[in-house]
Design a protein around this ligand. Structure first.
Ligand SMILES: NC(=O)c1ccc[n+]([C@@H]2O[C@H](COP(=O)([O-])OP(=O)(O)OC[C@H]3O[C@@H](n4cnc5c(N)ncnc54)[C@H](OP(=O)(O)O)[C@@H]3O)[C@@H](O)[C@H]2O)c1
Length: 330
């Protein structure tokens, strides 16, 4: 198949390109050519900025595609432009949405694709708008769209997040034997998927006409607690870990900007159902060992100097010292 990936050099899209190439598909990328990681040498790249709508639509619509995978569509305007570029010329259009569209309420176990969509961030709201616009195009014109909603993905191309934030200094703390903060009791569940496994699902779904007009959660079926996740990072680094638990409310009260993300998806137990995708795509079963993918992720951060010196920021040490010095009875 001749497949266009809009994006293609980022975290998930790099996994997609690798999976497409392993299937001998003809892969073409559309991106600005600015990413720190170059594309594989044998992949054709159409350079452009999708925000320059006319240029983007002219370049994409100049060719026919068996499939287009859109990795960087964040709102109704992006989706409308993609529709203009692709309608009538594309055998299958796969749009990347996110589980950050679900909630409030956030907490839930086995949340299906029909769970409440309200969105509390611009990111979630934009994705909801893009998703519904594309589904309306399917309902109206049979536009052959499939929507994937990945949960948290890991692997090269993105910082390794922990529950309290995306700043890479926690990995420096672990390397230096310093304790790290964990929100609440550390027992909230989430799902963590290797971007290589995600790439496999995006590749496998192509050409499945029964997946047109459908949304699927794209998650690891095995949920983990955030503290298990912190332990995986320590294992990947080959170090011991010391966790200091502080309630979410306290962290948000101390530094609302830094820890405000805990008010949303990451601050709750959210386990998304894997069942609909498992029924449609039984071949999809995550294979990449989590510690291996996390180690690749950390190596990528080291390569790009994305692990800051934790000694330069004393907030975490200050919170930990304050919690340890709280008066205790007995
Ligand atoms: N990572 C997660 O945990 C997660 C979870 C759920 C959903 N998602 C979704 O996954 C998608 C991100 O995919 P990714 O991980 O491959 O992306 P990424 O790591 O953010 O990389 C972005 C890619 O898009 C290109 N790009 C960025 N802006 C562009 C523009 N204006 N015009 C043309 N190309 C542009 C970049 O290349 P250039 O810079 O060279 O243009 C690069 O290839 C998003 O839709 C996100 O919502 C991610």
């Amino acid at each position: 198949m001749k497949i266009l990936v809009i994006g293609g050099t980022g975290n998930i899209s790099r996994g997609i390109v690798a999976a497409l190439q392993s299937r001998n598909h003809e892969v073409v990328l559309f991106n600005r050519g600015q990413h720190a990681d170059p594309p594989p040498p044998d992949v054709r790249v159409i350079h452009g900025d999708r925000q320059h709508r006319e240029d983007f639509e002219a370049k994409v619509s100049a060719e026919d595609w068996d499939a287009v995978i859109d990795m960087i569509s964040f709102n109704a305007e992006d989706a409308t432009s993609a529709l203009r570029a692709c309608q009538g010329r594309v055998g299958h259009f796969v749009h990347c949405s996110t589980v950050m569209t679900y909630g409030p309420p956030f907490s839930g176990i086995n949340l299906p694709e029909t769970a409440p969509l309200q969105g509390t961030s611009g990111y979630g709201l934009g994705k909801i708008a893009a998703d519904s616009l594309l589904l309306a195009a399917y309902a109206r014109d049979r536009f052959p769209v499939t929507i994937f909603k990945p949960s948290y993905t890991h692997g090269p191309g993105m910082n390794l997040h922990r529950q309290v934030g995306g700043d890479g200094s926690w990995l420096d703390r672990l390397r230096k034997g310093k304790p790290i903060l964990s929100a609440g009791d550390g027992l909230n569940y989430f799902q963590f998927l290797s971007s290589r496994d995600a790439g496999f699902a995006f590749t496998e779904v192509l050409g499945r006409t029964d997946c047109f007009g459908e949304i699927y959660n794209l998650v690891h079926p095995q949920a983990r607690t955030w503290d298990e996740w912190h332990h995986v990072a320590a294992e990947a680094l080959g170090v011991d870990i010391e966790l200091v638990h502080v309630s979410q409310e306290t962290l948000i009260a101390i530094a609302p900007k830094r820890f405000g993300g805990l008010r949303g998806n990451f601050g709750h137990t959210q386990i998304f159902s894997h069942e609909k995708l498992a029924a449609a795509l039984p071949e999809f079963s995550p294979q990449i060992p989590v510690t291996e993918s996390v180690a690749e992720n950390i190596a990528w951060m080291d390569k790009h100097n994305l692990i800051p010196d934790s000694d330069a920021d004393d907030l975490e040490d200050g919170i930990i010292a304050a919690v340890r010095n709280l008066p205790r009875i007995g």
